[in-house]
Design a protein around this ligand. Sequence first.
Ligand SMILES: NC(=O)c1ccc[n+]([C@@H]2O[C@H](COP(=O)([O-])OP(=O)(O)OC[C@H]3O[C@@H](n4cnc5c(N)ncnc54)[C@H](OP(=O)(O)O)[C@@H]3O)[C@@H](O)[C@H]2O)c1
Ligand SMILES: [Mg+2]
Length: 328
Amino acid sequence: MKVYHDKDIDGSILDDLTVAVLGYGSQGRAQALNMRDSGVNVVLGLREGGKSWKKAKEDGWEPMTHLEAAEKADIVLMLMPDMAQPVVWGEEVSLAMRKGKALQFAHGFNIHFGEVKPPSDIDVIMVAPKSPGPELRRQYEAGFGVPALVAVHQDASGKALQKALAIAKAIGSGRAGVLETTYQIETETDLFGEQAVLCGGVDQLIRRGFKVLTEAGYPPESAYFEVCNELKLIVDLIYTSGIGGMYRAVSDTAKWGGMTIGPMVIDDHVEENMRKALKAVQDESFAKAWISESKSGAKKFDELMAECDALEIEKVGKEIRKMSGLEK
Ligand SMILES: NC(=O)c1ccc[n+]([C@@H]2O[C@H](COP(=O)([O-])OP(=O)(O)OC[C@H]3O[C@@H](n4cnc5c(N)ncnc54)[C@H](OP(=O)(O)O)[C@@H]3O)[C@@H](O)[C@H]2O)c1
Ligand SMILES: [Mg+2]
């Protein structure tokens, strides 16, 4: 993959351009503030009267509607939830996208699966920071950045990549490294990663580990520490020094147990399930099912969140985090 750093990126293309950030949640807030601090001319487009409208005002913005912001801007960043983007695009943004403008996403879902179909005379680009928004902001404020992926789906102006790189630099990602990819690769690997490993996989590992220990009669507090709380320390080690670095920092007993019993727990059967998950991403059946769930009112989605909130590990965990001052 081609990698860019600040020194490889000429950000001056943004000097004469206005960037609209639509949405002020996890990514929107971090990206808007980082770009503003980098001297970019940023306008905010939000839904009037929403929660983030108030938050944006507190942060010193003068928010306007999505349509007004898209009218003023040369580059429009779609930073509301993936399932909301096709509606905001259809009802507002598409009306403002004249020739030569650029439409930018932080995840390829709606372009890759065809839910947003932009006209051929605009640029369609992606800047996808590889962290949650608050971390993107924290790193920027600390003088660092988080890595990002950039991609070009459509280059109408001949400057699409230059625009994407300049934005990546302005949000601080050029300090860490900006990797060039495609909409397809970003979309499919991002969905697989969050489903099989990062969100879904880790969640199930914790839930099931907790269940096995508590069903065997161990105190829930002990179970929480052993299968959940310490996970952060282990992941931090892997994040900074790799899997081997993690193993070198734990006891020999943990090394031996981890490397011999781990493959028995997460076995070939799990890998087979991962392949099924990847296939559902590739053949679009996951996307179709999620779009249909969202369009029909997201009842199952709400039920699953409620089920998660009601788990015993969530109750014990909350008490422990309160006790240790991590959570109010
Ligand atoms: N979360 C991440 O860390 C992350 C990482 C990489 C990429 N991404 C991508 O970045 C994009 C934004 O994700 P996000 O997690 O940052 O979104 P988010 O925090 O859920 O977005 C919240 C913002 O979207 C607005 N919004 C919510 N529903 C809306 C609707 N139906 N119509 C119009 N506006 C609506 C909210 O306004 P109100 O306050 O008015 O509700 C708020 O300003 C997505 O494409 C996502 O895949 C996210
Ligand atoms: Mg994702």
